[in-house]
Design a protein around this ligand. Structure first.
Ligand SMILES: [Zn+2]
Ligand SMILES: [Zn+2]
Length: 181
């Protein structure tokens, strides 16, 4: 804590905002920063520059990882949507959605060797929705030619709900479960 406050050095001024007096210093690079520029970390206050550098090291996924992740999530979602349609009980289908939503991130993280990407959650969500839409392609074709054979509820709303839950759960894994890896 002694490092952060330096009352003996006289007034400090924020590196980004030179008109703002401050007593805070980044505990990594030591630059003075105002309370608006400071980011509170478990280890103390850091400047935004250091935060960016830290995150750049933290996010190690390459562009190819994003592609691989998208492909894995797409086919995972496609397979889950197809398999779940084989189950005749609609409520049981929905109960399986969180399971698929938890399973797909595991598959994705395995194939990209647990490398992390800032937008990995978003990419996986988009791929899951794409997989869900493609799995319903026969139904969607029916839409242009008349009512779907199974009715709107079972043919469209239910699968959309299923893919939606899968996507939300999967996104949660990347957003909030990521720290465990
Ligand atoms: Zn810094
Ligand atoms: Zn500032």
């Amino acid at each position: 804590m002694a490092q952060e406050q330096t009352p003996d050095d006289g007034p400090l001024f924020c590196t980004v905002h030179p008109d703002r007096e401050t007593h805070l210093r980044c505990n990594r690079c030591g630059r003075p920063m105002c309370s608006q520029c400071a980011v509170r970390m478990p280890v103390g206050y850091r400047c935004r520059e250091c935060m960016r550098e830290q995150q750049a090291v933290f996010y190690t996924a390459t562009r190819i990882d994003y592609v691989i992740a998208a492909v894995a999530a797409f086919f995972g979602s496609l397979a889950a949507s197809y398999l779940v349609m084989l189950i005749p009980w609609l409520l049981f289908q929905l109960l399986l959605a969180p399971v698929a939503g938890a399973l797909i991130p595991q598959i994705v993280l395995t194939v990209i060797r647990r490398r992390r990407g800032r937008y990995m959650g978003e990419v996986v969500v988009a791929a899951i929705i794409a997989g869900g839409v493609v799995s319903q392609w026969p139904t969607l074709q029916w839409l242009f030619m008349g009512a779907p054979p199974g009715g709107i509820l079972t043919s469209l709303i239910w699968p959309a709900l299923f893919s939606g839950i899968v996507a939300v759960v999967a996104y949660g894994w990347f957003r909030f479960g990521g720290k465990r890896y």
